[in-house]
Design a protein around this ligand. Sequence first.
Ligand SMILES: NC(=O)c1ccc[n+]([C@@H]2O[C@H](COP(=O)([O-])OP(=O)(O)OC[C@H]3O[C@@H](n4cnc5c(N)ncnc54)[C@H](O)[C@@H]3O)[C@@H](O)[C@H]2O)c1
Length: 338
Amino acid sequence: MQKLRMGIVGCGRISDCHFEAIKNNNETMEIAAVCDINPTNLQKAQQKTGANPYTNIDDMLKFEKLNCVSICTPNGFHYENARKVLKAGINVIVEKPLTLCLKEGKKLISLAKKKGKHVFLIHQNRFNPTIQCVKKALDAGSFGKIYMITSNVFWYRDDDYYKNPAWHGSKKIDGGAFITQASHYTDIMNWFAKSSLKSIYTLGKTRERKIETEDCGSTIIEWKNNTIGNLNLSVLTYNENYEGSITIIGEKGLVKIGGVALNKILDWKFEGDVEQFCDVSYDVDSVYGKGHTPYYKSIAETLIDGKPFLISEKEAISSLTLLCGIVDSMDKGKKITY
Ligand SMILES: NC(=O)c1ccc[n+]([C@@H]2O[C@H](COP(=O)([O-])OP(=O)(O)OC[C@H]3O[C@@H](n4cnc5c(N)ncnc54)[C@H](O)[C@@H]3O)[C@@H](O)[C@H]2O)c1
């Protein structure tokens, strides 16, 4: 079987997770090309992967025969780069967030449809054994009615984080802490809620950092099935990443997931249904977790065997609708209703 030829655009901090995940799936895929506008980052990536290096995406798409390209550039550049990949008739993987604007996200999905290609949005934590286990319990109806889904993202990002690279904290390229720090959490809350959005109200403030976007905030989400969600966010938590958790409060059970990358089941309480508990907590090395490897495995299964992908294009848009709604409510200072 011919291996999938993969390209990576943007070889900064997260790209190592992509290199490693592709290596871990080397029976089905290989890194054929790497691209970065920064020559130092490009050279490092070329040395790590042995792939053909490009300083611009247009040349990479022109000279390489690729099956799939991963966009790992800063958030505000996702749309333009992903659009180029799809226009070239190639499947695209996009790091979170899909785009910074819902309209652009929808345009990518319709372009992919037109070209008969996939858009794979990266929310690697969906593949965590912890998240999979809770999702199974939700789908089996073990919680009964879901009353609330709450999340705390209490992280620490100092002034240096916002100086280097310069796109951190910019409205146009970063989009803010809800988008950059909280989007894995909002994605999973939305996935767990299993309903469409009814309303969102967000309050966000820039209390301390010298940035254009929020460093603290809180959002209240209402889904059409009456589930209430709330997410509290701060990047000013004293000196450390203190908590990143999701708690589900159901009629017949309560589960709290935490750890550095949603890798620990912290509480699991069900009415008599204890046998559903799976001891799936594990350790991670960083906030990026270990989800990129199963994520790429699943991409190979979709591209080679035609299996449906865990985050369908419809779900990618649903996730982005929530994220953009949170920011829209904060920017307008009013409740958004759907
Ligand atoms: N899934 C996760 O858990 C996770 C974690 C961190 C970052 N991310 C996402 O990954 C993306 C990259 O984040 P990062 O922390 O690696 O950023 P980074 O700034 O470290 O790296 C971005 C790289 O993209 C390059 N670049 C910029 N414009 C380019 C272009 N037009 N063509 C080619 N290269 C270009 C830059 O030179 C840089 O090397 C962001 O969207 C971020 O939100 C996801």
